[in-house]
Design a protein around this ligand. Structure first.
Ligand code: APR
Length: 243
């Protein structure tokens, strides 16, 4: 297998998707065939879906909260923790996963670009999002203490914008001018959801080297210079040479 060299001149941006959590037992979106209990995923993961049936949306996310609380990080998550310990501030991990497994594994420099399953915010007022593990499986919609409006999961849904602070943090990392060699590695992502799918092009424009670790070919595989096909829990632990 090709080796990714992580030395004192390297700065590494990692992007992870649902595939990295698959070996922990979290179902991938595409793996569910885009359906949850026969509802299109968009019906339970979009502002329009929440408007139409907020109780259904809370039932979906209650199930996901319960499921994610029971799973554990896998060797793919652990490998990224070791890479970060080696690289320090020359490491940044941006994830499309909302299950919190990277943080639970011990990763620290994490951008939760699609939000966090265990955080809630108000759909109707501007109070700060807050940590929340509560579940509402039986058709109830939790109410906001501040305004009496409807609470919702702090997830970036289909059709919503990513937080600008998150995009800035990634952009600053990519364009950092400190003489280090920029490397980008995407793992376990279908390359079909933007803006994450475009990061490979941003990094190439900035002169960086690009790697993809995925079980199947992704929608943007040909944009990467290196493609290692396999399961992230098996590939990541042996891919990097830390020097
Ligand atoms: N190791 C590596 N890759 C894997 C593994 C594994 N163990 N298992 C599955 N994969 C790959 C699949 O081949 C697929 O290409 O991971 C990818 C998962 O694709 P998606 O389910 O589309 O996940 P992701 O790319 O993270 O989806 C992006 O879409 O639905 C929205 O907001 C949601 O964050 C999600 C986003």
């Amino acid at each position: 297998m090709e080796q990714l060299v992580l030395d004192s001149r390297t700065r590494l941006l990692v992007l992870t998707g649902a595939g990295v959590s698959a070996e922990s037992g979290v179902p991938t979106f595409r793996g569910m065939n885009g359906l949850w209990e026969n509802h299109p995923v968009e019906a339970v993961a979009s502002p329009q879906g929440f408007q139409a049936d907020p109780a259904l949306v809370w039932r979906f996310y209650s199930q996901r909260r319960t499921g994610a609380a029971d799973v554990k990080p896998n060797p793919g998550h652990d490998a990224l923790v070791r890479w970060e310990a080696h690289l320090g501030d020359r490491f940044l991990l941006t994830t499309q996963n909302v299950d919190g497994l990277h943080t639970r594994a011990g990763s620290q420099r994490v951008v939760d670009m699609h939000g966090n399953l265990f955080r809630t915010k108000c759909a109707d007022c501007r109070r700060e999002p807050f940590d929340d593990t509560s579940v509402h499986p039986s058709g109830t919609v939790p109410k906001c203490d501040s305004c009496g409006g409807r609470l919702r999961p702090d997830i970036v849904w289909f059709g919503e914008m990513l937080a600008s602070a998150d995009l800035e943090r990634i952009g600053e990392f990519v364009s950092r001018k400190d003489g280090t060699r920029l490397v980008f590695l995407a793992a376990g992502t279908s390359g079909a959801v933007w803006p994450a799918a475009g990061l490979v092009d941003e990094v190439r424009t900035a002169g960086g080297e690009t790697w993809l670790v995925n079980y199947e070919s992704a929608a943007n595989t040909e944009r990467f210079q290196h493609f290692v096909q396999g399961l992230s829990g098996q590939v990541l632990p042996t891919l990097a040479k830390l020097v």
